[in-house]
Structure formats: C-alpha cells, structure tokens
Design a binder for this molecule. Structure first.
Ligand code: 13P
Length: 247
C-alpha cells in the first residue's frame, strides 16, 4: 500500500510574511493527516521561515529546484547541500516551467537527481506533455522519453523518488486531465518503472482543486497530487489534505 503524497508547489508566491500567515491559519485547522505525506515547496527565500513555522507539524518542506553540484563557481545557483543543511527534505526537479522558461533538459534532470539522491533528498520528478503533443497523439512517447531521460542508469531506492505526471495543458489553466486519462498515463509510468514501479509514488499535477481532488485520488495508480494554485489558499489546501486523508 502506497501512502498518499500531497505537495504544495507555491512557485514564485509568498514571501516570509505570507508564509508565516499561511502556516498560522493552516495549522489551526483540524488536519488529520497522519496517514499521508505532505510537503510545501515555497520560494527559496521563504524556506527558512517555512521550516520554522511548520517545525512542530508533520508537514515537511521542499524546494522547487536545485543545482547538480554542491558548491563552486556557479553564480546564482542553489546548492542542494545547503538545502539539506537547512532541513529541506524534498526537491522538485524538472518542472515544466523550468524546462520551458529556463531550458532545463533531461540531462540536467538526471544530474540533479543523482546529486539529490547522493545527499539524501527526496525527489519529485515532473514529466508531462504539451497540448500540441497530446493532439498529435504523442503524449505517451513524450512522457516515456522524459522518464527514461531522467532515471535511466540511476540507482535509486523507490522510497526516495516520486514521479509527478503534470500534463502541461492542465497546469494553471483550470483544465484537468480526465481521471481516466490520468490513470492510463500513471499506469504506463508504473509499467515503465519496472520492478520498482509498485513502490514508487506517481502523483498527478495540473489544476487539482477541491472539486476534482477526490475523483483523481480514487484512481488506483494516482498516489497523490502536486498542487499549484490551490496550495496557495490555506482553506483549499486544507480541504484537499482532508480529502486525501479520508480516502
Ligand atoms: P496548478 O495546480 O496551478 O495547475 O499547478 C500545477 C503545478 O504546476 C504543480 O507543480
């Protein structure tokens, strides 16, 4: 039995004041999340505050990106070793916004994955097709190539890696994948993972909201969610956590 994993990807939202307010309100709710894993990935500059305000809760803190080296002449980059030193437990790698806007490649994703695993950071690897690729019927090929590009040749413990299937056309658009389509893709990803497939959590991302979370999470191969917009509002995030905790 795989535990649900729910991640809140705040993207470039919430400085330290909003982070603190969010935690105060969220933690006042009766969350009942002992049977699921939850992390929030704030912007880097809000991470220390998030670690402080969630310290006495079961909510862990993640980063939205990292570099593949621990240190050196890499102006502006973020060291995974320093994230670990802060107390960060999770890192999101290969998000479609990073691939599209910042030119992140499968090779970068693989290098980051190797470094994160070396340091004991848990990784969420994001993969997913564009609308055009889906219309052309290429979505499975694209997802397969991204998955292989990220993990081929990488030794990993299944508990350290999760895959987030995030169809790009569903991110921030309000268009969610049909639960049956998402399930089909999650099933394919699980098969591609081979013998480790049973243990790796495959979570869905792309306009997950209070109204569609249950239907998605009830799919056999959907093991959680990576939530953008709805994780910024403590009421909706709390509601989604409750839904996951009760399934
Ligand atoms: P939305 O939930 O805003 O569609 O974002 C999804 C996402 O990109 C999570 O990583």
């Amino acid at each position: 039995m795989r535990r649900f994993l729910i991640g809140g990807n705040w993207k470039l939202n919430k400085g330290i004041i909003e982070t603190s307010e969010f935690a105060t309100y969220l933690l006042k709710k009766d969350l009942n999340i002992n049977n699921i894993d939850v992390f929030i990935a704030p912007p880097f500059t809000s991470i220390p505050k998030a670690l402080e305000v969630f310290a006495n809760s079961t909510i862990s803190i993640g980063a939205q990106n990292m570099f593949w080296e621990e240190k050196g002449a890499y102006t502006g980059e973020i060291s995974p070793k320093f994230l670990k030193e802060l107390g960060v437990q999770w890192v999101i790698i290969g998000h479609s916004e990073r691939r599209a806007i910042f030119g992140e490649t499968d090779e970068w994703v693989r290098k980051k994955l190797n470094m994160a695993l070396h340091l004991g950071l848990k990784v969420v690897i994001c993969i997913g097709e564009t609308e055009e690729e889906r219309e052309e019927g290429k979505e499975k090929e694209v997802v397969e190539n991204q998955l292989k590009g990220a993990i081929e040749g990488v030794e990993f413990d299944a508990s350290m890696i999760s895959i987030a299937y995030e169809p790009i056309w569903a991110i921030g658009t309000g268009k969610t994948a049909k639960p049956s389509d998402a399930e089909e893709m999650h099933n394919l990803i699980r098969e591609l993972l081979g013998e480790k497939g049973d243990k790796v959590r495959i979570i869905y991302g792309g306009s997950v909201k209070v109204h569609n979370a249950e239907e998605l999470l009830l799919q056999e191969n959907i093991d959680g969610a990576l939530i953008g917009g709805a994780s910024l509002d403590y009421e909706s995030f709390a509601e989604i956590l409750k839904i996951a905790g009760e399934i």
